[in-house]
Design a binder for this molecule. Sequence first.
Ligand code: ADP
Ligand code: MG
Length: 600
Amino acid sequence: MSASSSVAAGRGAPRQASGALWQALPFLGIFAAALILPMVSNDYWTLIATRAAIYWVLVSALNLVVGFAGQLAIGWVAMLTLGAYTTSVLVAGNVMPPVPVFPALGVAALVGGVFGFIVGLPALRLRTFYFAMTTLGFATIVTQVALAWQGVTGGGIGIVGPVLPAPFDTIFGFYLFCLGLAAFCTWISANAAHSRFGRSLVAIRDAEVAAESSGISKPRLLGAVFLFAGAMAGIAGGLFATLQSYISPEAFTFDLSVLFFIAILIGGRGSILGPFIATIVLTWLPEFAAPLVAWSTFLYAALLLAIVLLVPGGIAALLDFRSRRRIEADRTIVPRPELLPEILGGRKASEAITLKDIVLSFGGVRAVDGLDLTIEPGAVHGLIGPNGSGKTTTLNVICGFYRPETGSVTVDGEPLPAAAPQTRAASGIARTFQTPKLIGEASVLQNVMVGGAIRGRGSFVESLLALPRHRQDEAMLRHDALLALRCVGLGALADVRADRLQHSELRFLEIARALMLRPRFLLLDEPAAGLSAEEIRSLGGLIRAISRQGTGVLLVEHHADLIFEICDQVTVLNLGRELAAGTPAEIRAHPEVVSAYLGS
Ligand code: ADP
Ligand code: MG
């Protein structure tokens, strides 16, 4: 570790710790107030608070699905229903000898988790409302089954809920149990949110192609959070049955599902504090005045409308003072390529990517038409040509977004893994995009950390519980991301929300994110578009320095000066075909290129 980076790490650690404490403060305050609530009020309010705590057990996990991953799982009451019936039926001994409550809750978690996973599967194919409808449909099925399966569930009459053993069998004892669990759930969901998994979920929501190009596997990640959210809802269901002391299908209304969902929307997506406060408010609101109970759906809708219109970011946006802080308007980007060896880990690439006879058409258009191209390690290969000549498509073929109709993409003669962006990223191919694809709501630092997500070693469960490997991953990603940011010249903006950056800064930010992969090959799609002359010079120096580290660079660009200055080889495309290829000097002298493309 160089002297400069250890200084920064040393400065970063205490700030990080105090930041975490600062973030925990509102939660600690609310839980402290919740602890003294039973002493200053009556059983009625304790029961309401118990209800809020149980709802939060479900919402805190569902928040990862809805608020972070952006999946509209609106019918999550189904998992609560499943958990409630599983626990009640097992404890009552309707199908087998009675099971004690805690093991029954464990089975409820299992059932909730399995069904959460199954219901989540369509999310990989269905978008937004279609997926929302499947979750609602499932909720209806569960209620209908509960109604019809009289021998086990008691049908419309219902079934007695379980009672927790002493000391949790009193109103106060049960409240303390639920409160403790709610606090635990807050902690694990915060851990997940501040892990590489939480950041990857947001990346899938806001910049899906960038997430895939960083090697993040959407199916695995979504599978894990759906399972987790289902399991927590199952446990919440068991506790809900205890709270109700008697459950029938009527207890699991559409209103309840809407409450869970809206708590997250009102709270603000990607936040924990927001949905936490919203869950408390929404649980409490209908009780606040008895006549309003019948109006609860209307109240939720009105509240949601008010929030969407007045504060689109929800409660979280109201509480976000940080992003209102002023940032310096007059900024210059000064890259520090000397930091590159530390970021790229001294990996000396020795292989070349070879494209052979690639053909790819969209309908009648041959976007790429028999292209040969080699990206050598340690060299910059320029790819130029008019708009629509197939440059971006070529990049997408190398990254695995498109499978070519004919032809092959090989690294040192070995075919690359099947055309899927995640596997290509994992094999060391990083890229940037013609239109920068970033998470506007996340900080610059978090955006860069997404780029290194797959280098983490801890599992999702280890992140939930903040076990050592999770903490090592976080420290490593944070350290490397700060380093990458300083390397591209954005170190001072690490804590700023990405949507406050200037366009040229976004281009450098994408390069920092790509560097986090420690790429063997870096594909840049028009990185100089929208940059000033001075910024283009900085960019050229940076790209050159990256290639000198052994990384093979493919540079798609319109700025002829930049191309001729830094490229070792240039390929000129026209209508998907190679018009010319050679050194910059040869291209500059090529008669057809000059007349068709470069002019005079
Ligand atoms: P360039 O990056 O050189 O400007 P592209 O590779 O983006 O060009 O596009 C090459 C051709 O392929 C264009 O005619 C474009 O309209 C077409 N094309 C690119 N992507 C798609 C797509 N997803 N669907 C249909 N046509 C596409
Ligand atoms: Mg393009």
